[in-house]
Unconditional design. Sequence first.
Length: 362
Amino acid sequence: MRIEFDEKLDFSDVLIRPKRSALASRRDVDLNREFTFKHSKKTWKGIPIMAANMDGVGTIHIAESLQKHGLFTCLVKSYGLDDLNQHIKRLDPNHFAVSTGTSKTDLTNLKLVLKAHPQIKFICIDVANGYSEHFGDFVESVRKSYPEHVIIAGNVVTADMTQELILRGADIVKVGIGPGSVCTTRIQTGVGYPQLSAIIECADAAHGLGAHIISDGGCTCPGDVAKAFGAGADFVMLGGLFAGHDEGGGEVITEYHDTHQRTPLTNEPVYVKKQFVEFYGMSSSTAMIKHHGEVAEYRSSEGRTVKIPYKGKVDDTIKDILGGVRSTCTYVGAATLKHLSKCTTFIKVHRQYNDVFVREKH
């Protein structure tokens, strides 16, 4: 056993210091990036914000909406060949990835999908724990079978394993263990790494090898997305921020909450209508029962199931996130998203913002 005493930081531990800027308007900021990937040699251009491959987030309909804005979607693993046959023609191959686990069944399904749809360019190999030797072997095997595809692999949080996955064939490494809003890995296992420090360390490792990373998890607001880019993330993956929309396909739950007030004339109780959508982690018991019929005897749930406010169409959320990141760029003088990390200075804080009017009253 040993202890590391150097401080590790999360999004909530820092703010971005403003700097003089020659930008007159958010309109002047270009959020598009262009990348050439290490192994596949494919070139990609777009806004590098991704929808996570989670139920209610990584859906065909979310992908259709995001691609209109130049964003990217990692589709859920549960989409089989039949699902993709029905809908995939509506998707731009430059703006989505098919996702897979690492079992023999997963590999068989992946091969069937890629054979039926050769236009697919991106493969997301996704597991909760990217540190196993089996995972590295799987990434290497997929790279040998599909040398021209862009391979996303994760999740990890340290420089050494970022480098390992890149050397095994990953073009993009997914970074994040435990930061997600519906992830309970840190509670259930005690394992994790503060997300901002994970980005900084893994980005440094990946960029040194000519590869890229995704910051996956922990963003609660557009400001966190900007911090992830400022820390060196090439892509930022969002789950909770893209959950709760019509395009996610979840059932809208309507509830009537007592306001503890009464009407002036009739003294009737006043209720307010609130709408929610169920959202859950992909290692939760909800997800395991839905996709596998049970929680396996040898494992436990590492995700929670929550009700989040129903948000309507995803377009408004996309515009809000992009507007926030553009505004960040104007505060630090970054004319392009590429320059944001070069213009970012983080300052450590004990309080991010004044929440006197947003704290829930009891």
